[in-house]
Design a protein around this ligand. Structure first.
Ligand SMILES: [Zn+2]
Length: 490
């Protein structure tokens, strides 16, 4: 095909599911000569709207399968996904992680001898967090469509992406294209609890089935402001979650004879000091690049501060202003400490002998918990109060590279998808499975491909989580284009 002349051909994508076979989906894969310098787009995917509608059906069904974690019960979702893949002529594999909990993996090969360093992994998790049913206006597991939204726990986090990944993967198969790398679809378990059925266990047991050089996962953002996409954040690094327990001890006894060593009082004083402590700012290279990009699109007042955030004379003041303006930005600039749990006492008239608090700490990549704990010990300065790092903290992983061809390509395709919106590297304040992947040398990039307002994104893990259907269709389109562009041979 590489004869120097631009050749286009049509590939028929057969929609074979749920009656879609009568309306075949077409995609155009246009091939061209290798260009000098920046390569031109090797593939132009056609209209994906029918594919998105099909994927929307899958998403509705996935929401109806209650995978609240704990206990997860992802096996039912895994079987549903395996059924879809099987009908497409793809052979899925269910990977047992724990009783009732299976991941699904499937692979489209470019050759009989796999080259894991080139492979692309599409990963999304099947489990969801719990709901407070009374606060929902619809059944959170009903797959309800209303006013252009699909309501449901997991519609945004992360079943939307799961369905979009599945669509992109199946599109490749239907296109019958020649791949330049293996493409692996993976639906994982236990992401929300990061427990004994999570990706770390999957990797330990089945790495040879998952190994890849590149991955697309959740963790990024397509931010909608004033009715249009303001920017796309591609997550290349994430903060690390660690819990610290704070324990105050005393003699305890009858509340009618209080003494100075009441653990409730000592704990309260310690939590007060910690809660009001401001950790130092450290601007990582990713955050510098992000702020620089944001300064070009924010309003004049905000942009003014963003531009000087890293300067010696006005930097400190700017950091304060920006921290107050936006809690996400605050968290992107420093380690944060949030006291989240308090425990003390069994009776109103008994002074307990112990009182305990839990702090959830989010470390910047590269910072260590021991340094922070030492600072906090000095701050609390109370021999009756003990601070201890709790087990099962997150792992500090290296950043994914901003220099890979994949990153450059994603940047280009995202910008095109959203009318030239800037695409910025992003440090997510929340943790994702990508840390596990990055620790295994995978260049993992976080992208939640659905354009969402702050209000919509704020419903993740909250009440009435709902995904705008138009945003879902956009997300399916974007992922399909990224995957095709990266993995279809020129
Ligand atoms: Zn998630």
């Amino acid at each position: 095909m590489l004869n120097g002349k631009r050749v286009s051909f049509w590939i028929l994508w057969v929609g074979a599911i749920c009656g879609w076979a009568s309306a075949p989906l077409r995609a155009q894969i246009r091939q061209g000569p290798p260009a000098m310098g920046i390569p031109q787009s090797p593939s132009l995917v056609g209209d994906t709207s029918a594919l998105a509608l099909e994927a929307q059906e899958w998403l509705v069904e996935l929401i109806k399968i209650n995978t609240t974690n704990p206990p997860g019960n992802e096996q039912a979702a895994a079987k549903y996904i395996a059924g879809i893949l099987t009908r497409e002529g793809i052979t899925p594999e269910l990977l047992e992680v724990a009783p009732g909990r299976s991941a699904v993996v499937a692979r489209l090969r470019n050759s009989v001898v796999p080259d894991p360093s080139k492979a692309l992994l599409l990963v999304a998790h099947m489990d969801v967090v719990g709901v407070d049913r009374n606060k929902w206006t619809v059944d959170p597991f009903g797959g309800v469509i209303k006013d252009g939204y699909l309501y449901g726990r997991g519609s945004i986090d992360d079943k939307g992406m799961l369905a979009a990944n599945l669509a992109a993967f199946i599109a490749l198969k239907r296109g019958n294209v020649h791949l330049n790398r293996d493409v692996i679809f993976l639906a994982t378990t236990d992401e929300e609890e990061f427990g004994e059925a999570s990706l770390k266990i999957l990797i330990a047991k089945y790495w040879d089935k998952l190994a890849a050089g590149f991955a697309i996962n959740e963790g990024g953002r397509v931010v909608v402001k004033n009715g249009k996409v303001q920017y796309v954040g591609l997550q290349i690094a994430e903060k690390v979650s660690v819990n610290i327990s704070v324990t105050a001890t005393g003699k305890g006894g009858h509340a009618s004879r209080p003494s100075k060593d009441n653990p409730v009082v000592h704990l309260a004083a310690a939590v007060d000091k910690i809660g009001n402590y401001t950790t130092p700012v450290r601007l990582t290279s990713v955050v510098r690049r992000y702020f620089e990009g944001m300064s070009a699109i924010e309003d004049d007042e905000t942009a003014k501060w963003l531009r000087v955030v890293d300067t010696p004379d006005r930097g400190e003041h700017a950091q304060r202003v920006l921290s107050d303006m936006n809690p996400t930005w605050n968290s992107m600039m420093r380690d944060t400490i949030a006291p989240t749990m308090l425990q003390a006492g069994v009776r109103a008239n008994v002074i307990p002998s112990e009182a305990r608090a839990v702090l959830n700490v989010r470390l910047l990549p590269g910072d260590t918990i021991d340094v922070l704990v030492n600072d906090l010990k000095k701050l609390v300065d109370d021999p009756l109060v003990k601070l201890e790092v709790m087990p099962n903290g997150g792992l500090a992983a290296p950043n994914s590279s901003m220099e890979t061809a994949f990153y450059a390509m994603m940047t280009k395709v995202c910008a095109k998808e959203f009318g030239g919106a800037p695409v910025l590297p992003y440090l997510s304040t929340g943790a994702t499975d990508s840390a596990q992947l990055r620790l295994h040398n995978v260049q993992a990039y976080g992208l939640r491909p659905f354009p969402l307002t702050d209000e919509e994104e704020g419903r993740v893990h909250g009440d009435d989580e709902r995904l705008p259907l138009a945003s879902f269709a956009k997300g399916v389109d974007l992922i399909t284009r990224i995957v095709a562009e990266f993995s279809v041979s020129q």
